[in-house]
Design a protein around this ligand. Sequence first.
Ligand code: HEC
Ligand code: HEC
Length: 447
Amino acid sequence: MSPKLVACLTAALTTWAACGSTPEVDPPGTGDFEGLPTGTEQWKRVCATGHGDAITAAFCAGDEPPAITSLAELQALVGLDASNRATTRAMMTGVSTGVGVRTITPLNPRAILVGPPPTGVPAPAFTALAFARGEPLVEMIARDPGTGTLHFFALRFHPACEATAAGCNFADLLTPSIESDWTRYTIYDEETIKNTPLDCLSCHQTDGPGTPKILRMQELRVPWNHWFASNFLNQREHDFRVAHAASYGGIAQFGQLESPAELELFLRDNGFSPQPNEYDSGLINVELRQTGTSAAWQEIYDRAVAGLAIPPPYHDVDPTDPAKVGSMIDTYRQVVDGTLARDLLPDIRDTLLDAALPAMSIRPAPGLDGRGILVHMCARCHNSRLDQTQSRARFNVETLDALDRGEKDLAIMRLQLPDGDPRKMPPPRFHTLSAAERDLAIQALAQ
Ligand code: HEC
Ligand code: HEC
């Protein structure tokens, strides 16, 4: 019997940790950068933009890319520090409709740092940084004081585990380990990643080239349903605190976690209110309490199903299964405390209720026909508004009838690729179709 199996069986006596789980994993999402330049070559592209924002300035101050081996060093480089209220505000959300829609949960939230803090008037220059454990990715935005334009950056870092023969396990990716000991990184500008599923502008500039780029916070107003709000101690925040006694995402102490009101003010002051397709937490909660359904939520959801807006957050406050969350917390604590082998940690993000997936637009809305499935699952990235010079624009669900046979056949082929293939459509990071849903979509494309 292998030592790993022995450890696994021993552990199974005291926890539910499944021996069948094989926690050696490729960090998810790494396929998104396939074929793109890396390292110094890509750094030169960022610096060649000549943009005047603080992130470009910080990265391009020297003759070579700055050395960065941890999230803390990166935050320091771009001037954000959760322990310093004079420069920074730090927030967390347990549900995201950004690139971590499937992987951000109350146990593995998205930490957002912004600065300078809101003062009631627009800041000529500002910086925002978002990070969640599990993915070797940091997302950043900075406003160029000269032009007033926002610039978007994705930093792909390489955690130490990637260079080892054993590869990464979930403990490497989901505990504090992922925040330090980076062996290298590449900084990407928004142009370079525009024709990938990560395309920042597909959500932060939904009306396409030449229209304003925006910061996003769909739950802009009180009670910010899915955000951690230290002033409303709720079950999600409680779960998070039980699991993570120490720091998360550069936010070292709970005293450093601000109310989401601070991000709301930051967005309002800087001109990003109203939000498109805003999710009105207070109204949705009242409607759900009174009738069990929410017309306000249904309206913004229907717009996403019709391909007119990015998906709204889940209607209810919690899309996770409490039983799954409970056992994940226990196992996580044991691994962090050293009483359970690290390679036995399961994917603690795997807690979403199956029933919540259509409402989160991860799966198509129930009852759609093939065409409806294509619109709900493809239109955010394949429409007439986004940059039409990208190869992706050749497949446009808004003009399905006008597409030639070759393009439709290409779509059919890409729908049938396995999940691990970076060309798989829709990108598994955002969407999953059942076999029956995929067949309906293929039938619509076969016409
Ligand atoms: C699928 C839509 C989507 C994509 C793609 C996307 N974002 Fe966002 N982003 C959001 C939403 C929605 C929020 C608000 C918080 C949340 O829901 O997680 C957000 C928040 C942010 C924030 C925090 C500041 C703010 O606007 O609230 C940063 C920083 C950010 N995104 C950077 C990026 C970068 C960089 C990229 C590209 C690499 C990107 N985003 C791609 C939807 C998206
Ligand atoms: C999150 C954004 C996103 C979503 C959602 C998405 N795609 Fe894509 N798709 C892309 C990107 C980016 C490319 C270009 C890069 C590439 O070819 O992989 C692309 C390329 C394609 C292409 C190749 C176009 C060409 O002529 O080169 C087809 C076909 C396609 N997607 C079909 C689909 C279908 C069908 C769906 C929905 C079931 C879908 N996509 C959903 C991002 C997306």
